[in-house]
Design a protein around this ligand. Structure first.
Ligand code: TYD
Length: 201
């Protein structure tokens, strides 16, 4: 059986990642591919702990949560590998780039890179779709959904996360990052994502 592909979706909350993940999955399945959808933080034990802790800064400080993200990822990689071995296309909402972009705001990038060294050694995405959106638009979409603002979701923080994403998109060659303008309509974004995906299938 052919080896599968790992496609990662990255971007600020509000960038339309979730919508695009669903559209891409549908398109891939219509084209006859087996698709497995997943996300980080995961739905596993460590991922659930992270979700509980994200809204409660008193519970886990930034360094603790960064360690948990890295640990969650290593458990996740083992699971992803099984799906890749079965020839599936794995669509993953967030991966190493999220740790580098978000968690290097209060901790050094060097330390976050070190925490992710094992993940980097074990599994690189075949393609990373980065949905680029300004922090203003991301904030107004989060507000329009009526979502509460989580950790990292002040406008200033989102600005810094976006800056980091844009820098990383240029330097993380191994992640094969393809940047998509997320202010476009969902249809145009989906088309752009599809073009990039076809190049790696
Ligand atoms: P998110 O995708 O928003 O999950 P949900 O939609 O269920 O809230 O991820 C939660 C937050 O975690 C998001 O603000 C990004 C952040 N994050 C990190 O800081 N580091 C990481 O390694 C990952 C995967 C996410």
């Amino acid at each position: 059986m052919s080896k599968g592909k790992l496609i990662v979706l990255e971007g600020l909350d509000g960038s339309g990642k979730g919508t695009q993940l669903a559209l891409l999955a549908e398109r891939l399945m219509n084209a006859g591919h087996s698709v497995w959808l997943t996300r980080e933080p995961t739905d596993g034990a460590i991922g659930r702990l992270i979700r509980e802790g994200l809204g409660d800064a008193a519970r886990f400080d930034e360094a603790t949560i960064a360690l948990l993200f890295a640990a969650d990822r290593l458990a996740h990689i083992a699971e992803i590998r099984q799906h890749l071995a079965a020839g599936e296309i794995v669509l993953c909402d967030r991966y190493v780039l999220s740790s580098l972009a978000y968690n290097s705001q209060t901790l050094t990038l060097e330390w976050i890179l070190a925490l992710n060294e094992q993940a980097d050694a074990r599994l690189h995405p075949d393609l990373t779709l980065y949905f680029d959106l300004s922090e203003q638009l991301a904030m107004s979409r989060i507000d329009a959904r009526g979502d509460v603002h989580e950790r990292y979701e002040t406008q200033r923080q989102l600005y810094q996360v976006r800056e980091m994403y844009r820098m990383l998109a240029d330097v993380r060659i191994a992640d094969n990052v393809h940047t998509i303008d997320a202010k476009e309509t969902p249809e145009i974004i989906a088309e752009n994502a599809w073009q990039a995906v076809q190049n790696i299938l």
